[in-house]
Write a new protein. Structure first.
Length: 138
């Protein structure tokens, strides 16, 4: 048997007798900071993803356009060379050199560049809008 003073000292020094209100405030404060940080991180990652998507769209548009223009120019040059060789006997006198319509080719390149830029801007703009259906899925 123990007396009341010993029992009170034992209960008062145990973990159950500790005042946890300060610890609870720290834990709730940490939860608020963690919720705010995770929400901010989600927003920042969403914006970074959109910027990255825009970078991908522009890179692909430039890569495909420049590659297409170069490959088209090479194919056109090879085809023109072949036609001159094949049709040399038809023409009297045969052509001395190829005739290149530089103004027409420049106009076609500018129109293609404007069309690609317009399509890329429209793609980036439509990708940056969040639809209501996408928000419902979150």
């Amino acid at each position: 048997m123990t007396d009341i003073t010993t029992t009170r000292r034992l209960v008062g020094s145990s973990l159950t007798a500790v005042d946890l209100s300060g610890l609870t405030r720290v834990e709730l404060g940490f939860a608020v900071v963690l919720a705010a940080a995770s929400t901010g991180l989600l927003l920042a990652l969403g914006l970074a993803e959109r910027r990255q998507l825009a970078g991908f769209v522009w890179t692909e548009a430039i890569f495909v356009s420049v590659g297409g223009l170069l490959l088209g120019a090479l194919t056109g040059w090879v085809l023109a060379q072949m036609l001159v060789k094949v049709l040399t006997g038809v023409f009297d006198p045969p052509p001395a050199a190829l005739s290149v319509p530089w103004a027409y080719l420049a106009l076609v390149a500018v129109i293609a560049a404007v069309a690609v830029a317009t399509a890329a801007m429209a793609t980036v703009k439509s990708a940056s809008r969040v639809s209501a259906a996408a928000l419902r899925e979150l």
